[in-house]
Design a protein around this ligand. Structure first.
Ligand SMILES: C[S@@+](CC[C@H](N)C(=O)[O-])C[C@H]1O[C@@H](n2cnc3c(N)ncnc32)[C@H](O)[C@@H]1O
Length: 446
């Protein structure tokens, strides 16, 4: 597989996290200054006490103001100096931004269906973006971002405000695409992906509880014909209800690409991911003899689909090049079959969580998490600058980043966390040790 095809290079190349190395280095330098970066080889010292304060902070027994005072005391400095570094380290690399929890679909297994319908007030956007200073943003949900409305403002206003307050950082959009918002918002996007997740209208309706398959297809055409977004993606989250439609899905879009007049096929890409178990269930699934994730029988269904697609590729070189260049199908098969058990990610050990230093989820509720994998667990929320004092809460978020960096939650190990590949890649990058031509090891979304 040509993983360095234009599409995969941008959207699925594991090395893309190395864009954040300068930010990581700066945060490490400032964190080390205050004992926030623990090393397994370190002997006794103030970092042990700092570790204790981070635990107190996570369980809400102390405030971030108290923790920065204690750190200043330990290092014989002033809270002002500590806070200066904490405020710098609040910045994130990639921001996964959920402007609203409202949605027009009811997707089976959606993480956020029970999370209410909050929306970030429009008046808060400028200050939160100015504080987060993201390097890139993926706008998604939560709910459906394109139906955002607050204080008389809609999606187009939201995008203009984000662009203005961040200085036009690159934007990506993951949406259900049942609705194409008005305005020129699309001129700011580098990529977009529609969550199609099915090969037929019947399956779409079954998985999302609305009969909108053809509308989404039509809106994908609108993206291709009326916008200049360079990468228009069609997403397929592989799960029990659509496992037998992978071949249908690929064939359908291949034929669509061929039949569309004036379409530059380079703009279309198909992106597969597999439905993964919640982070807190991974360990028990791995340890249980009979509880195979997604059911043992599904592996056979999957293999049949893979087999059919491979046979067709061998017979038809233009189909083969469509699959290898414009989809991540080869990455899907590798990730689904080479992990520890079918559709389970490979256990990748790591020393420190760099992901927590460069990735942030900002929820419609105002809660911040280091990754969407933890969004189901409020006890792991890093802070909420929309609900509490913003300065105090942002310092809490920064301190909690180091809590995760030091792997202090019970889920922070390679067996449970499927983002551990990020940490491996960053460690190799820091060591200046990235082999050329290496393949993407996992399907993790970043
Ligand atoms: C939660 S949706 C929110 C954005 C938008 N409403 C949409 O449908 O794309 C974001 C992505 O999460 C995926 N998704 C839904 N439930 C999921 C789950 N349990 N595990 C992993 N991804 C999931 C969807 O396929 C979609 O691509």
């Amino acid at each position: 597989m040509n993983v360095y095809s234009p599409v995969n290079q941008l959207l699925r190349n594991r090395l893309r996290v190395l864009n954040h190395l300068p930010l990581i280095r700066e945060k490490l330098k400032r964190g080390q200054r205050w004992g926030l970066v623990f090393s397994p080889t370190e002997g006794q010292g103030p970092h042990e006490e700092v570790q204790g304060w981070l635990r107190e902070l996570q369980t809400n027994r102390v405030s971030s103001t108290r923790v920065s005072q204690e750190i200043a005391r330990l290092f014989k400095s002033s809270p002002g100096e500590v806070n200066q570094d904490l405020d710098y380290c609040y910045q994130t690399g990639l921001l996964e931004f959920h402007p609203t929890d409202q949605c027009d679909l009811e997707c089976r297994d959606c993480h956020y269906r029970t999370k209410g319908d909050e929306t970030i007030p429009f008046e808060a956007i400028n200050s939160l973006m100015t504080a987060l200073r993201p390097v890139a943003i993926t706008i998604t949900g939560g709910g459906e971002p394109t139906i955002y409305h607050s204080q008389g403002k809609k999606f187009s206003d939201l995008v203009e405000r984000i662009t203005h307050s961040t200085g036009s950082v690159p934007l990506g959009l993951i949406n259900n695409n049942t609705f194409f918002p008005r305005g020129e918002w699309h001129t700011h996007f580098l990529w977009q992906r529609s969550s199609m997740d099915s090969g037929t209208p019947a399956t779409y309706k079954k998985l999302k509880n609305r009969d909108l398959y053809f509308r989404v297809r039509e809106n994908i055409r609108t993206y291709c014909q009326t916008t200049r977004i360079p990468h228009v993606g069609v997403g397929f989250l592989v799960q029990e209800g659509n496992m037998d439609e992978i071949e249908t899905f690929i064939l359908d879009w291949w034929q669509w690409v061929q039949s569309e007049k004036n379409l530059d096929p380079q703009r279309i890409n198909l992106q597969f991911r597999t439905l993964a178990p919640p982070i807190h269930e991974v360990q028990s699934i791995r340890e249980s003899q009979d509880a195979k994730w997604l059911g043992a029988g599904l592996r056979d269904t999957f293999l049949k689909e893979v087999n059919n697609i491979q046979q067709r590729r061998q017979k038809d070189t233009s189909f083969d090049s469509f699959v290898s260049v414009y989809s991540n199908f080869d990455g899907l098969t590798r990730a689904a079959l080479s992990g520890n058990g079918p559709f389970m990610h490979r256990d990748t050990s790591f020393d420190s969580c760099y992901n927590a230093l460069i990735h942030r989820v900002f929820r419609a509720t105002g809660e911040e998490y280091p990754d969407f994998l933890l969004c189901d667990m409020p006890q792991y929320c890093m802070g909420n600058s929309l609900k509490g004092d913003p300065v105090e809460q942002r310092r809490r978020v920064t301190l909690m980043q180091f809590f995760y960096f030091n792997k202090m939650s019970p889920h922070c190990h390679g067996s449970s966390c499927r983002q551990s590949w990020v940490n491996r890649t960053v460690s190799e990058g820091i060591a200046g040790n990235i082999p050329h031509g290496e393949e993407i090891p996992d399907m993790a979304f970043f």
